[in-house]
Design a protein around this ligand. Structure first.
Ligand SMILES: [Zn+2]
Length: 194
């Protein structure tokens, strides 16, 4: 009897392990997709700024919001279509030292390519945020960096964590949730049951 039980535990464990590997192989990463579309926006904004500079505009602010720079300098001439935000927290800003050193950054995803990459948790997602230390002397950029670091310490809710795991590995997540619910049910029954 005991041997039989041990055997079935072994089989179930093996099965979970196998499904886990299978799940990882087919999982897509929505966090990565979000970062990719945000970075495409940054590429577009950097290219628009480059064109605007080439046409003779040199006076960009050291730091400013997208809306401001759009109204004052870029307009539909350089940005025919305003970028759509991949997440509600994506917001675009410019940091500008000179015509060769400037970047657009997103509140959440950072710059297009920087010298550091920080992996952050954002609700049910996880993605790398890129920072460039050469802009640290610009105070607004420094506080952006501090905010990024703050997201690293973000503690997802249980439900966000389940969703995060599910997109990475659907099958094992379902199995874990079932085990979790069963465990909770038996614990409840032991304490409150007849
Ligand atoms: Zn973003």
């Amino acid at each position: 009897m005991i041997a039989k039980m041990k055997m079935s535990v072994l089989i179930v464990t093996g099965l979970i392990f196998f499904l886990g590997i299978l799940g990882t192989a087919f999982a897509i990463d929505p966090g990565f997709e979000l970062a990719k579309s945000c970075r495409a926006n940054l590429t577009m904004l950097n290219a628009a700024t480059k064109k605007c500079i080439a046409d003779g505009t040199m006076g960009f602010p050291t730091w400013d919001t997208f809306e401001h720079v759009y109204t004052m300098l870029l307009s539909t001439k350089y940005v025919p279509q305003k970028p759509t935000k991949p997440t509600p927290d994506c917001e675009y800003f410019i940091v500008f030292m000179n015509v060769n050193n400037y970047d657009w950054y997103c509140n959440l995803h950072g710059v297009e390519s920087g010298d550091r990459s920080i992996t952050i948790r954002y609700h049910e997602y996880s993605f790398p945020s890129k920072v460039n230390s050469k802009y640290m002397s610009i105070p607004k950029y420094k506080s952006h960096y501090d905010n990024i670091v703050r997201w690293v310490g973000y503690t997802p809710t249980l439900w966000e964590d389940v969703k995060y795991r599910y997109t990475r590995n659907p099958l094992t997540t379902i199995i874990y949730v079932i085990f979790g619910v069963l465990a909770a049910y038996f614990t409840y029954k032991n304490i409150y049951g007849p």
